[in-house]
Design a protein around this ligand. Structure first.
Ligand SMILES: *Cc1c(COP(=O)(O)O)cnc(C)c1O
Length: 466
């Protein structure tokens, strides 16, 4: 039997899918007892993957066994309740189920002609997201891999529009010799914005960096004079503190001047979906473009970012490098709104997640992240930790009495297997950064986490100073 015949047989027998499903179910059942970060021993097992590429094919069963036996123990317990690293979300069960199903469909999501169902569901997600975030009705959405790509797309649209206002077609003439765009961002802007600005040909030295206030917000008083070739980049959800810029004040001034405001709302834009937290996003509707992730606060699986843009002509022109829209079909063609051509039909999971949760479900999930963050803040304060930020959303910044102790506590936590938090620096201090971003995180998980912190603190205090 040659390899093609063998694949045909495997597809019809489906044994390999049963095997994968059993292992997946086993993983789901173990998630709450797993080490939140793999032990050294389990990381060592990953060396088994070091092997030269062989001439002969390998059996499907062997591959799935290898992944389960030596790969799954090298994972982060991302879908459990005590992983607080970066701002990583969990996964809503139906979104995983729908991903499995639609992976079998293997749709190329670029065109209506390559996947009518994906084109349809993207269109529905576009409408629903506008409702959730209360954005202007002319807003269009592009479904990309994450907020990094969404930021790139939004800032490319801004570049197109602002240069067009100055009589310069960026797609024809490029950046050499172009009029200057005034870019204004604050020091606490996310690294993906800096990366994106460099990729778009705006050197970091040409950016007017605005100081941040003590919560990492744009210091509104430092806003320079704006005009119709200014681009202001704001943030809904600072990755350290979870703080939100003052959208109302800045957008009002920007709109009067004809400037473009882009909001990076990777995880924070979802505050708009919570009745008790939506005050944080007041005024976002006055901006021109917004970037947001499904895979963070909404808890879709990875590979789910969205660019929302009020100026569809600018977005489509920037991404298709032509002044006119190429119409591939009479329906909505997803590729017009993204940098990619072939792409995963990621709108399917996003649609399922939003439909499943409904407005109330999203509100409950987002509001609960905040409630848990407050629970953790209070618990950690009680046992003598300092909380360095105002816990307005889901992020908590923790420190001990000095950097050395904070590092000891962080190291204990990261190797405990009980929970996992990342480290960062905040206003010159070493901090432990906690992000509550998974629907699985329960009240009990927070209690357990506080116990781990207490143990770490005791150990760090009994240790002789070096
Ligand atoms: C995570 C994050 C990004 C980058 O998003 P990806 O989905 O990782 O590409 C950008 N901005 C903020 C504020 C973030 O938290």
């Amino acid at each position: 039997m040659n390899i093609l015949e063998q694949m045909r047989l495997e597809l019809s027998e489906k044994k390999l899918f049963d095997q994968a499903r059993n292992f997946a179910f086993n993983y789901i059942d173990r998630i709450e007892d797993m080490d939140v970060f793999p032990s050294e021993e389990n990381i060592k097992k990953l060396d088994l993957f070091d092997e030269p590429l062989k001439e002969k094919s390998c059996s499907a069963t062997e591959i799935i066994n290898q992944l389960h036996n030596f790969g799954s123990s090298g994972t982060i317990a991302q879908t459990g309740g005590r992983y607080f690293g970066f701002v990583n979300g969990g996964a809503v069960p139906v979104s995983l189920g729908v991903k499995w199903l639609s992976d079998v469909w293997d749709q190329c999501g670029g065109l209506y002609l390559t996947s009518p169902i994906n084109a349809k569901l993207e269109q529905i997600c576009e409408q629903w997201l506008k409702t959730i975030f209360k954005l202007p009705k002319e807003t269009v959405a592009g479904f990309v891999s994450g907020t990094s790509m969404a930021n790139l797309s939004g800032l490319a649209a801004a570049r197109f529009r602002l240069l067009k206002n100055l009589g310069w077609d960026i797609n024809l003439k490029g950046l050499n010799g172009s009029p200057k765009i005034k870019i204004i961002a604050h020091e606490q802007i996310h690294a993906s914005i800096k990366k994106t600005l460099a990729m778009l040909g705006f050197g970091h030295e040409n950016i007017t960096w605005i100081p941040s206030d003590n919560q990492g917000r744009f210091n509104t008083e430092a806003l320079p004079e704006l005009d119709d070739h200014s681009l202001i980049i704001l943030q809904a959800g600072n990755a350290n503190t979870g703080s939100f810029d003052d959208f109302n004040i800045i957008c009002d001034i920007a709109n009067k001047a004809g400037s473009w405001v882009h909001i990076d709302g990777a995880f924070g834009l979802w505050a708009a979906a919570s009745k008790s937290l939506s005050y944080l996003t007041n005024g976002i509707e006055k901006a021109s473009s917004w970037a947001v992730d499904g895979h963070k606060t909404l808890n879709t699986p990875y590979d789910s970012g969205v660019i929302l843009c009020k100026d569809s002509e600018a977005l489509l022109s920037a991404l298709q490098a032509t002044g006119e829209y190429i119409i591939y079909s009479e329906q909505r063609d997803p590729l017009l709104y993204t940098p990619e051509l072939s792409k995963r039909s990621r709108g399917i999971e996003l649609w399922a997640t939003i439909k499943y949760l409904g407005k109330t479900g999203i509100d409950t999930m987002v509001t609960t992240f905040h409630i848990r963050a407050k629970q953790l803040e209070k618990g950690l304060q009680t046992i003598g930790f300092k909380i360095l930020n105002d816990v307005v959303f889901n992020q908590v910044l923790v420190a001990c009495k000095n950097d050395q102790q904070t590092n000891l506590v962080l190291n204990f936590i990261q190797t405990s297997g009980q929970c996992w938090c990342g480290g960062s620096t905040w206003q010159g201090k070493v901090v432990i950064r906690i992000s509550i971003c998974s629907w699985m995180t329960s009240e009990k998980d927070i209690e357990q986490t506080i116990e781990v912190f207490a143990k770490a603190k005791n150990l760090s205090e009994n240790r002789p100073a070096v």
